[in-house]
Design a protein around this ligand. Structure first.
Ligand SMILES: Cc1cc2nc3c(=O)[nH]c(=O)nc-3n(C[C@H](O)[C@H](O)[C@H](O)COP(=O)(O)OP(=O)(O)OC[C@H]3O[C@@H](n4cnc5c(N)ncnc54)[C@H](O)[C@@H]3O)c2cc1C
Length: 388
């Protein structure tokens, strides 16, 4: 749902201009520095980028799912690092609070997340709990009006910069799997909480990711998101359900950008006395990219509208994430191919996108986990009972 169609198109035009004029020109610098400099962070904050999905009552833009998706399609047409910098605040780092936080928690954290004054992150994954997140071992043991957290999280986006952490921990060791998991807000500076050095990664330079350690970390009971034990996994699933549609859109933007850059290249470069774009085998690759981009875009927008209409989009959110992330990988591969040897050389930028987008098929549910979800839901809807 777009609340004010005319005003929204004006906003999209200005966001497109901001991405093209302010962010894209600095992509190589961000990759070299492996950091998004503070002046750009401030510019992004001034544009309201940190608060897209945070309700207006807490200083955000309160975007509907469709609006968020349209914005994500624009914002992601530049280096992934920019979007990743704001992405935890406007996605997984705020969504647990938006979905299930108490009024006091929302008032305390959401305005600062929306303005970009603080950075949040979402700490679910552990060394032994990846695709099977319900196997998490971080414990939270009640001690008076506090809980004592012990455990280790890995691969947490923006953890090195984060001011606070949404941490999933087991409050009831007797309850197996998803039961007994509780979501806590843990502030940096809490004794016993520390973050590791940023990992050296295949791509997404400028987007820091690290482990998070908790050793006898005492957190007030008032920091349980929503105030009730045992609700953490449900909260995490709410966060990820919305985020999967959002992330799917964030896969389409880079695909659009890679195709744009590649069309410019094949229009200019000549072989056999003709521009590459004249060759029908090159045209076939362009057609396949454009067809898949449009299919993903349409699917994601439809799912966003369904979510705004209050429908259960669990199945379609998985389909969006699976299709869009795999599509983006295929587009990246074809675009490198169309660049020939230049596609392998850093100066042309396309190899950076190729590496950056590889992550999309791995996080927020690997492609295999989404295949399982899609198959199980499809079989169940058809009246069958699939086994594990
Ligand atoms: C750069 C980066 C940033 C991340 N950011 C965050 C973050 O901010 N917060 C957070 O909590 N997590 C984050 N993650 C973690 C990410 O969500 C996990 O890496 C992902 O869920 C996969 O878990 P895993 O790496 O343990 O792989 P595994 O679960 O060990 O999977 C390994 C392989 O086995 C396959 N597999 C596993 N189980 C099955 C099955 N049942 N059937 C078929 N195949 C299966 C998988 O598909 C995969 O191919 C991030 C990861 C990375 C790399």
């Amino acid at each position: 749902m777009i609340r004010d169609p005319e005003g929204f198109e004006t906003f999209i035009d200005s966001l497109r201009k901001f991405v093209r004029d302010r962010l894209a020109p600095r992509e190589a610098e961000i990759a070299r520095l492996n950091d998004v400099p503070e002046d750009l962070v401030r510019e992004m904050a001034d544009q309201g980028l940190f608060g897209y999905s945070i309700p207006e009552a807490y200083g955000g833009a309160g975007m509907t799912t469709e609006e968020l998706i349209r914005a994500a399609l624009e914002l992601s047409q530049c280096s992934v690092a920019f979007r990743a910098r704001v992405g935890t605040n406007t996605g997984i780092g705020s969504e647990a609070l938006v979905a299930d936080g108490t009024e006091a928690q929302k008032a305390a954290y959401l305005p600062r997340l929306a303005s970009g004054e603080v950075t949040g992150c979402f700490a679910l994954t552990e060394p032994n709990a990846g695709s099977d997140a319900t196997a998490l071992r971080t414990t939270a043991v009640r001690d008076g009006d506090h809980y004592v957290l012990n455990g280790e999280k890995c691969f947490i986006t923006n953890a090195p910069l984060a001011d606070f952490f949404t941490v999933m921990a087991r409050t009831d060791p007797a309850a197996p799997g998803a039961k007994g998991i509780t979501a806590f807000l843990v502030e940096r500076g809490t004794p016993g909480l520390s973050t590791g050095s940023p990992y050296d990664k295949m791509g997404q330079a400028g987007s820091p990711v690290s482990a998070v350690y908790m050793k006898d970390c005492r957190v007030p009971a008032s920091q349980i998101i929503g105030g009730r034990e045992g609700q953490g996994f449900k909260t995490a699933m709410k966060v990820l359900n919305k985020q999967r549609i959002h992330l799917a859109a964030l896969c389409v933007g880079p695909a659009i950008r890679m195709l744009d850059d590649t069309m410019r290249f094949v229009a200019e470069r000549e072989q056999f006395g003709r521009p590459l774009m004249d060759f029908q085998l090159v045209q076939a690759m362009i057609a396949d990219c454009q067809t898949e981009i449009q299919a993903a875009r349409a699917l994601i927008l439809q799912t966003a509208r369904e979510r705004d209409a209050g429908q259960d989009v669990t199945l379609n959110a998985s389909i969006c994430k699976y299709f869009a992330s795999e599509m983006c990988g295929r587009v990246a591969d074809r675009c490198v191919q169309m660049h020939g040897g230049y596609g392998y050389i850093s100066d042309y930028g396309i190899e950076r996108f190729y590496r950056d987008v590889r992550l999309f098929r791995l996080y927020e549910g690997t492609s295999q986990i989404h295949q399982l979800t899609i198959a199980r839901n499809t079989l169940t809807q058809a009246g069958y009972t699939p086994g594990r």
